[in-house]
Design a protein around this ligand. Structure first.
Ligand code: ADP
Ligand code: MG
Length: 395
């Protein structure tokens, strides 16, 4: 461990009087926008009773973590050498609002016992500092791993991720930030856990007016709107992709997430976002795996992201998607065609292969259901798990 990390860990120990009696900090394992995460040994772990309440609960529900019963017994026997128990200490930055911190902890608490969601052991606060305690989950680095993934590995990865999302979505919670660094995958266990509920929210918790897409009759209404806009284009003089002198009322929508993983409806500022936004992000991960490129999308901003998307889907489908949310999509970029490309073609180009194997074709069909522009037609986690890719795998 290098000196600066050591210094940083001492600082945390100094901030929390008494923390050293319970935890021995081992290393710094993550540094994000909203937190720093440390690996630590839990010194007060009750080996005799195997006492991590969440572990006991998870065990009952046959979900992770499930150390073998044999190991549990050995751990519990007095006089035996004890296995150290590691935790991840997530120090949430003081710049995060208290409401946001509470939200993350509350949602994690609601999701306790859910398969493939990393359980929250406890959390503690000292003045304005909050630390969440999670079991440490050994995982591989996606940026190194994804290149070596065979289709069978992709299947294990996705099954685990989709299982986690199925539970999260059953609780009407949107994760909002599905991406490889928030899904800790262990290739030996062929299982992963979903972490980082810092941007998660309950479905329908936005206090704005409903988006056009939420209305039953949106198909008809969007037709009326697109014909209105084609007669009255507000595109007189575009600056930075936005119309000048735009007389339409401005719109605010939750855009939280990570660039490259944002669903089209997030880009179109849909105010009725659903759990389907996570399903799009799963699609982006699958595209990365199949196309063997990471990151697959590399946009600087939302307009850039729309350009990337329209290069794939073509302008016709992008216009329909925009109209669904009461928006118009216009572009004069000559390289963007009207029709777009098939997923099969894109996967072949991206991975530089001439033909896809049968299992890759299956995965590509799943991809098409995940990266569907219309959120109401996009697969849910449950539907995705019923896909032939999982139920009738070809080898
Ligand atoms: P942030 O909000 O800063 O992105 P995360 O919860 O995503 O925080 O954690 C950041 C990183 O810390 C993760 O990408 C992962 O590498 C590591 N990490 C988080 N939780 C755990 C855990 N339970 N076990 C092992 N590593 C973890
Ligand atoms: Mg994260």
């Amino acid at each position: 461990v290098d000196e600066s990390v050591r210094e940083d860990m001492s600082k945390l120990e100094d901030t929390f009087p008494g923390i050293i009696h319970r935890f021995r900090l081992v290393n710094r394992i993550g540094e994000g926008t909203f937190s720093t995460v440390y690996k630590a040994e839990d010194l007060l772990y009750d080996h005799y009773h195997n006492d991590w309440d969440v572990f006991a609960q998870a065990q009952q529900q046959e979900s992770w973590p499930s150390p073998s019963s044999k190991k549990r017994r050995i751990d519990g026997e007095p006089g035996q050498r004890k296995q150290p128990r590691y935790v991840a200490l997530k120090k949430i930055y003081v710049t995060s609002s208290p409401i946001r911190i509470q939200n993350e902890l509350e949602l994690l608490h609601d999701l306790r016992g859910c398969k493939s969601v990393c359980p929250l052991i406890t959390a503690f606060r000292y003045q304005d500092q909050v630390v969440a305690v999670l079991p440490y989950f050994p995982h591989s680095d996606f940026r190194i791993q994804y290149r070596t993934f065979m289709v069978a590995d992709m299947r294990h990865y996705l099954r685990s991720l989709l299982t986690a999302l199925q539970s999260v979505h059953e609780h009407d919670i949107l994760h909002r930030d599905i991406k490889p660094t928030n899904f800790l995958y262990n290739p030996e266990l062929k299982e992963g856990v979903l972490v980082d509920f810092g941007l998660a929210e309950r479905e329908g918790s936005e206090y704005t007016s409903q988006c056009l897409c939420a209305h039953q009759t949106y198909v008809r209404r969007s037709r009326i709107l697109s014909s209105y806009y084609s007669k009255n284009p507000p595109t007189s003089g575009l600056s930075n992709g936005y119309p000048k002198n735009d007389s339409r009322s401005s719109r605010r929508a939750n855009r939280a997430g990570t660039r490259g993983f944002r669903a089209p409806e997030v880009l179109f500022k849909c105010t009725s976002q659903t759990t389907k936004i996570d399903m799009w992000s799963v699609g982006v991960i699958l595209l990365t795996l199949l196309g063997r490129r990471f990151p697959f999308f590399n946009s600087a901003d939302d307009i850039d992201a729309m350009i990337e998307m329209s290069s794939i889907f073509g302008t016709r489908r992008m216009k329909t998607a925009a109209a669904m949310h009461g928006q118009i999509f216009e572009t004069n970029i000559p390289t963007i065609g009207e029709k777009g490309y098939s997923w099969e073609k894109l996967v072949k180009w991206s991975s530089c292969v001439e033909d896809l194997t049968e299992s890759e074709q299956q995965a590509t069909r799943l991809l098409a259901g995940l990266m569907e522009l219309d959120p109401s037609k996009r697969f849910s986690a449950e539907e995705a798990l019923q896909h032939e890719f999982f139920t009738q795998p070809v080898h």
